[in-house]
Design a protein around this ligand. Structure first.
Ligand code: 9Z3
Length: 312
């Protein structure tokens, strides 16, 4: 009998632009594969669960994609090549600093008839300049590949394709799975083609369990890579227990636990060897330190150790 995850791929078609993305992933991985070079796949943002094939309505989740977008920037600073697999329209590295009104507030309008101009406010230059510099370095060096998903199905197809391209890196590949992947979905053969009509009365929507893709990912797709997953909970009492359960079940290297409410201040690292907390002080937060900075430092230190202790 086919495993639950195999059945998923057999019954859910890839997104229409899948082959283009697969080629981009392969080209990126091949181009960066120099001796000793490290690469990270960062997943970010939430997956949707469509309620119709011609989708008008869908189930979504809270994820803004800040964790993934911020982390991608720190991985670039540490000279990793980065595949950024993210939910379409969620936060992106670099541009996240200027999203919404923040950007408008950085600009000054000099209204002068035909010679009207726009400049960056002097006190915003300090903010903009380092971000712009890092953006240009990443962009001009071709160090980051952006690939988007929307639905759970898109995400699973792209995740597997990315893993297939990453195998050539062996233990130099790092997977940093920060996307908020739905646990429940409606299988493709159970969703209607067209918009659900209110005239038909209250719809009876039955969600099913999503296959745990971490299982084949760790054991089959990238068996030599350093895999880090995130565990999200809202009940503090079960966070560490659930993180350790995931680690024991999937046998990957690290689970980073976080609570919905405090995810920007506190995370807990759970590995086979130990568990420890990473907490930002109030002062650090006021000074603009982002928790992704020390998270990425710690993950890279563990990846270093892993590379030294393994051969492939
Ligand atoms: C996370 O726990 C991420 O840290 C957040 C980041 C999604 C909380 P934001 O995007 O938030 O910055 O707003 N990601 C993993 C969540 C998840 O779905 N984990 C699965 C689970 O908990 C396991 S892979 O069961």
């Amino acid at each position: 009998m086919a495993a639950h995850w195999e059945e998923f791929y057999a019954t859910h078609l890839p997104p229409s632009d899948f082959e283009d993305n697969r080629s981009l992933l392969k080209e990126f991985c091949d181009r960066h594969n120099e001796p000793g070079r490290r690469i990270v796949l960062v997943t970010s943002g939430g997956t949707t669960i469509p309620l119709e094939h011609n989708t008008v309505r869908f189930v979504d989740n809270f994820s803004a994609g800040n964790r993934g977008a911020a982390s991608a920037e720190y991985f670039l600073e540490h000279d990793y090549s980065v595949i950024f697999l993210y939910r379409s329209k969620s936060l992106e590295p670099f541009t996240r600093h200027f999203s919404g009104q923040k950007f408008m507030d950085m600009l000054e309008l000099h209204n002068n008839g035909p010679n009207t101009s726009i400049s960056v406010k002097p006190d915003s230059v300090d903010v903009l300049a380092p971000v712009l510099e890092n953006y240009k370095t990443a962009q001009e060096g071709g160090k980051i590949l952006y690939v988007t998903f929307t639905t759970l199905t898109d995400y699973f197809w792209l995740l597997r394709a990315a893993c297939e391209c990453l195998t050539i890196y062996g233990n130099r590949a790092l997977l940093y799975l920060a996307a908020a992947v739905s646990d429940f979905y409606i299988p493709s053969n159970e969703i209607p083609t067209h918009k659900i009509q209110s005239s038909a009365g209250v719809p009876n929507i039955q969600l099913q369990l999503v296959p745990k893709m971490l299982a084949p990912l760790v054991s089959l797709w990238v068996p030599h890579a350093f895999v880090v997953s995130f565990k999200l909970e809202t009940d503090e009492n079960i966070l560490i227990k659930k993180a350790r359960e995931a680690l024991n079940k999937y046998k990957h290297k690290l689970v980073i636990g976080n609570m919905l409410q405090t995810r920007r201040q506190r995370v807990v690292f759970v590995s086979q060897e130990n568990s420890y907390e990473l907490v930002l002080s109030r002062e650090q937060m006021l000074n603009g330190l982002e928790i992704e900075d020390p998270i990425v430092d710690n993950v890279i230190a563990s990846h270093d150790q892993f590379v030294s202790n393994t051969t492939s």
